[in-house]
Design a protein around this ligand. Sequence first.
Ligand code: DGY
Length: 327
Amino acid sequence: MSSKPKPRILLMHPILDPGPAILAEAAEVVEYSLDLPLDEAYIRQAAEGCVGIVSQLMDPIRDGVLSTPGLKIVSNVAVGFDNIDLPAATAHKVMVTNTPGVLDDATSDFAFTLLMATARRVVEADYFARSGKFKGWAIDMMLGADVFNATLGIVGIGRIGRGMAHRAKGFNMRVLYYDPQGLPPDAEQQLGATRVELPRLLAESDFVSVHVPLTPETQHLLSTPQFGQMKKTAILINTSRGPVIDEAALVEALTSKKIAGAGLDVYEREPAIHPGLIPLPNVVLAPHIASATVRTRSEMSAMAARNMATAVRGGRPPNLLNPEVKK
Ligand code: DGY
């Protein structure tokens, strides 16, 4: 007796163990050709005949892809899902899932790493030491900014923003946060964080760290007027999404010394980085690696694969973003 063929799914990019085995048990996995551009028309073509797509944050999953006949689920291997048109998915009755929770600590760790590295000029100092310029200790060499006892402003107090506040406690920092949602008073007290409006946060913070999702409301949340409200000594950290910051305005603010520095993991037109950022010594640039630890990336892979496997078997995946699609 021949067994029923497994449903087909499209894997846009390789994922880490144990993800592939989880997928292979539930479905026939078709891999997206590495030679094809990440263009909607090509993705649509590759998705023909597939019930699911395992996507990543650089894959544009919009109406043209979501209208593929028979498509039931898009499982994004990321907590952010701004690469997917969620209302269009809901309209086409396609489930969308993400990977919340498993990357919070790695991302908060990295935001704090960028904060420390920028404040204490670690990358610049490393280049200096390697280049043979270090000729001996000097009282005024590589002076940076104090982190201990400084004021940290957290924009967006979700899980990763709260992780940042938690880490700031160890540095005895005063923590301000801006978030339209706010936290219950006991959570504020536990974190030692005070809710303020954005202008006050910008005016009083030595470090401003951004932890909001990209939505139409948060696009260019920080631009020329906001940089003008910050301290001249302030350092901006972004590990959320690039378009939350107006990158051209940031370059202008850094070059005209409206603010002192920036630590960035994400960019407005990723993977392109604004050319004005490249020569600036007061900027630390990373290639979107805040969640890149061995454990975190394999947990993200496993979670995305489990979301997919559950949906393919007819179940309701645990991290469903549009529950109205699957009653
Ligand atoms: C996400 O998951 O949204 C991050 O940007 C990558 O881990």
